[in-house]
Ligand binder design. Structure first.
Ligand code: SAH
Length: 252
């Protein structure tokens, strides 16, 4: 059995209870060492084999899983945040399917949630934005043309940009090309929920300068949109005394 487990964004107590139990029971742990907090490994039982996937290829990771399975062992594949975002889990799952090895997926707190928490942000403010676009700049992994940043920016919805800290000049250029104003509020959140977390409020026009001045080159998310400044929004209808809901009668 292989459990894919979301480790959460960084703080070790942000893993789920289920994920924590799987880690404690695992005979083999393969963790994404570039981003998973190594403190989580202290949950492993004595004698657990631990591998850091940062130095391994897909084939090597699979080989560890195959050998564990043959020996009747349980493996945890520990991914940062939630495995469903930029986790490269599908290729592992397809390979396990081919071998008839059972697996499941235990969700985690994604870093885009950790980043919102770091800034006490609500991404979906009434009358500002009701959608969150999670995306990235093209890097070694290409981004389909139809999802190019300028095209997504044209929606003016809240955007959270992963994996792009080294490309902020280009990111700003594409956001402006998509119709954002240079003074649109933006934020950079570095290592959300880690002890050395840093948050910077800036604008679409000053993303690159902000990162440069603060020496932020990786492990950061860029958040774009008016929800960052939350200077205007309407209160929720759900909690409005003038409206009845399934659970509450209107009182005004
Ligand atoms: N599955 C992960 C994302 C993996 S991709 C998730 O759900 O969060 C790796 C990218 O995620 C990094 O380049 C960075 O953009 C972002 N990231 C991961 N952890 C982060 C953190 N604690 N703070 C800010 N960004 C983070």
């Amino acid at each position: 059995m292989v459990h894919f487990v979301g480790a959460g964004p960084g703080a070790p107590d942000l893993i789920t209870v289920r994920g924590q139990n799987y880690l404690a029971e695992a005979d083999v742990i393969i963790y994404a060492g570039s981003l998973v907090n190594p403190q989580l490994l202290s949950l492993a039982k004595k004698g657990c084999e631990i591998y850091n996937s940062a130095t391994m290829t897909l084939e090597e990771v699979l080989d560890v899983m195959y050998r564990a399975e043959q020996a009747g062992k349980t493996t945890v594949r520990l991914h940062t945040g939630d495995p469903c975002l930029y986790g490269a889990i599908r290729e592992q799952m397809d390979a396990l399917d081919e071998k008839g090895i059972a697996y499941d997926d235990c969700p985690g707190v994604s870093s885009f949630c950790g980043a919102a928490a770091a800034l006490n942000l609500e991404y979906t403010l009434p009358d500002v934005s009701q959608s969150v676009i999670i995306t990235r700049m093209a890097g070694r992994t290409p981004v389909p043309e139809k999802e190019e940043i300028a095209r997504l920016a044209s929606h003016q919805a809240t955007m959270v940009v992963f994996l792009s800290t080294g490309m902020l000049e280009k990111l700003t250029e594409r956001l402006l090309a998509g119709g954002y104003q240079a003074d649109t509020p933006a934020a950079i959140v570095y290592k959300a929920t880690w002890e050395d977390e840093k948050t910077f409020i800036c604008t679409v026009g000053t993303l690159a300068q902000t990162a440069r001045e603060n020496h932020i080159t990786k492990t950061a998310l860029m958040i774009v949109g008016d929800v960052v400044s939350h200077s205007h929004y309407n209160r929720s209808e759900l909690y409005n005394p003038r409206f009845s809901t399934e659970f509450r009668e209107a009182s005004l």
